[in-house]
Unconditional design. Structure first.
Length: 502
C-alpha cells in the first residue's frame, strides 16, 4: 500500500534524466522502476535533454510545484499521474471495504454452519441414544427368551428322563409278564397233569366202590349165612373185619406204588421201542404236492440236502465243518456243529437213517468235558439252540438232558462284576477257574442269548437258568446312554461302552 502513496514515493524519486546509453527496460528495483517510469513514460521524448549540472533542489517534485507557483505551465502528465494514484487509492479502499464485508458474511455463514452442524450432531446424538435404548431393550428381550428356552430345555430333559423311567418300567413289566406267562404255562401243565391224575383216581375210586359193593354183598351173604349158622356169627364177623382191613391196606399200598409202577412202565415202553439203540419217533408224513412243479422243487431241495449230508458224513464225520474243496473236516469247537445244526432238518425232511445216526452221535460221542476256550455266544446259538430245536420236534428227553447239562456249563461264564458273561467259556472248568475277562463283547451277542436260556428254563422248570441272562437287559437299561444309543461293543469286565460305533 505504500507504493500507492504518491507523495511519499515521489518525494524520494529524483527526476533526473537517464544517463546516456542506459537501458529503457523497467528495472526490478522499486526506486529504479519509479525513476525509469517517470523519466521515460511521463516525460515526453522531446523534453529529455542532455544531462546538465543541476543545482540543489532541482529535479524533485517540490521543485516542480515551486516552478508552478512562479507561473510556469503545469506538467499534465504529472497531474494525470496524481489523479490516477488517487483513483487507485479509492479503489483500494473500496476493495478493502468489500473484503471486510465479505469476510463478515463468511464468518456469519460459518457460525450458521457451526449451529447447523451442532443441531445435526444433537439430532444424531438423540438418535444414537434411542438406538442404544432399543438395543438394550432387545438385549433384555433376548435374555428373557434365553431364560425361557433354558427352562423349556430343562423341562424337556425332565420329560426325557421320565420317558426313560417309563421305558424301564415297561421293560420290567414286560419281563415280569413274560415270567408270569411262563409260570402260568407251567401251572397249566401241572393242572392238566393233576386233572389226569384226578381222572385216574376217579377211575380207581369207582373200581374201589365196585369192590366195596362186592364186599358189601359178600358181607350180607355172610350175615345171612351167620344167621343161618347161628352160633358162628361172632367168629364170621371178626373174619369179615379182618378181610376188609386187609383189602384197605392193599389199596393204600397200591396207591403208594402207582407212581413207581408208572415210571417203570414208561421205562419198559421206551426200552421196548429202542431198536439197536434207536428211539422210535413219529416222522412228519411225506405228502406229495399236488402241483408237479412244486413237488419237483421240493425233491430237488431234499436231494441237495441229502448230497451235502452224505459228503459231510464221508469226509468230515464228527467234525465241526466240511471244507468242500480240500474235502477235509475242520475243528472249531470240537462239538460236531454240523450234526447239531442239521438234525432238525433231517427230521423234518424224513431222512430217518441219517437222523438216527446223528442222534446216536449226540448221545454217545458229543463230549462237553473238554478244556477249551470257545465262544459263549456261538455255543449257545448252535449247540444249545440245536438241541432245544430238535427236542421241540421229537419230545426226546435225551436231547433235553443234554441241553440242560450244556446250559449249566454255559452259566459258568457269568463271573464278571459287570453281570455280563465272558466272551469265551471253558465247558469243563468250574466257575472259579474260568478264563479271565478280556476283550469286548458284541452288543447283539449278549442281547440275543436270552432266547435259548429262557426256553430251557421253561422246559425244565428251573428258573435259575434264565435269571443271569435276563438280568443283562436290566444292566443295559441302567446304563442310560446320553444320546439313547448303545455302543456296538461292550467291555466284558467293566460293562462300559468301549468305542464310538453305535
Amino acid at each position: 500500500l505504500g507504493f500507492w502513496q504518491p507523495k511519499v514515493v515521489l518525494a524520494s524519486v529524483p527526476l533526473s534524466p537517464q544517463p546516456q546509453g542506459a537501458s529503457h527496460r523497467l528495472s526490478r528495483h522499486p526506486s529504479t522502476f519509479e525513476r525509469d517510469w517517470v523519466s521515460e513514460k511521463m516525460l515526453p521524448t522531446h523534453s529529455i535533454r542532455k544531462p546538465t549540472p543541476r543545482k540543489k533542489g532541482e529535479g524533485s517534485v517540490l521543485s516542480c510545484f515551486q516552478s508552478q507557483e512562479r507561473g510556469a505551465p503545469p506538467n499534465k502528465k504529472l497531474v494525470l499521474l496524481l489523479v490516477l494514484l488517487v483513483i487507485m487509492g479509492l479503489s483500494s479502499l473500496a476493495y478493502i471495504w468489500n473484503l471486510q464485508s465479505s469476510l463478515g458474511e463468511a464468518e456469519v455463514e460459518k457460525e450458521i454452519s457451526k449451529i447447523q452442524v451442532q443441531e445435526h450432531q444433537d439430532t444424531k446424538s438423540r438418535e444414537i441414544s434411542m438406538l442404544q435404548q432399543a438395543l438394550l431393550d432387545s438385549q433384555n428381550s433376548v435374555t428373557e427368551r434365553e431364560k425361557t428356552i433354558n427352562s423349556l430345555r430343562s423341562h424337556l430333559s425332565d420329560c426325557r428322563s421320565s420317558l426313560d423311567d417309563l421305558s424301564g418300567q415297561k421293560l420290567n413289566s414286560d419281563s415280569q409278564l413274560l415270567s408270569v406267562q411262563s409260570e402260568n404255562q407251567r401251572f397249566v401243565s401241572q393242572i392238566i397233569e393233576l386233572q389226569n391224575q384226578k381222572d385216574e383216581m376217579g377211575t380207581k375210586l369207582s373200581e374201589s366202590i365196585k369192590e366195596k359193593g362186592m364186599v358189601s354183598n359178600e358181607k350180607e351173604r355172610l350175615k345171612t349165612r351167620i344167621l343161618d349158622l347161628g352160633g358162628h356169627v361172632n367168629e364170621e364177623e371178626k373174619e369179615l373185619e379182618g378181610t376188609q382191613q386187609a383189602l384197605f391196606n392193599s389199596q393204600n399200598q397200591r396207591r403208594q406204588e402207582e407212581p413207581q409202577m408208572a415210571k417203570k412202565q414208561q421205562q419198559r415202553q421206551q426200552q421196548q421201542q429202542r431198536t439197536n439203540g434207536q428211539l422210535r419217533v413219529s416222522f412228519p408224513p411225506s405228502i406229495p404236492d399236488q402241483d408237479p412243479e412244486s413237488e419237483e422243487r421240493r425233491q430237488a431241495v431234499k436231494g441237495a440236502m441229502k448230497f451235502a449230508w452224505d459228503m459231510y458224513e464221508k469226509y468230515a464225520w464228527g467234525k465241526d465243518e466240511l471244507k468242500p474243496i480240500s474235502k477235509r473236516g475242520s475243528m472249531w469247537f470240537n462239538l460236531g456243529l454240523t450234526i447239531v445244526d442239521s438234525i432238525d432238518t433231517l427230521f423234518i425232511m424224513g431222512l430217518e437213517d441219517e437222523y438216527h445216526k446223528a442222534r446216536d452221535w449226540i448221545k454217545n460221542e458229543m463230549d462237553f468235558d473238554k478244556s477249551t476256550r470257545d465262544s459263549t455266544f456261538e455255543i449257545t446259538i448252535r449247540n444249545l439252540g440245536g438241541l432245544l430245536g430238535i427236542y421241540s420236534l421229537t419230545n426226546d428227553t435225551m436231547f433235553l438232558d443234554r441241553a440242560e447239562d450244556l446250559g449249566h456249563r454255559l452259566l459258568k461264564s457269568f463271573t464278571n462284576p459287570s453281570g455280563f458273561p465272558n466272551s469265551r467259556v471253558d465247558l469243563k472248568s468250574t466257575s472259579k477257574t474260568q478264563p479271565k475277562a478280556e476283550g469286548n463283547f458284541i452288543l447283539s451277542e449278549i442281547g440275543s442269548i436270552q432266547l435259548e436260556f429262557l426256553y430251557l428254563s421253561y422246559l425244565t422248570g428251573n428258573s435259575t437258568l434264565a435269571e443271569k441272562p435276563m438280568a443283562i437287559f436290566k444292566k443295559l437299561r441302567d446304563m442310560k446312554p446320553a444320546n439313547g444309543l448303545y455302543s456296538a461293543f461292550l467291555d466284558t469286565r467293566t460293562g462300559r461302552m468301549s468305542n464310538n460305533h453305535f
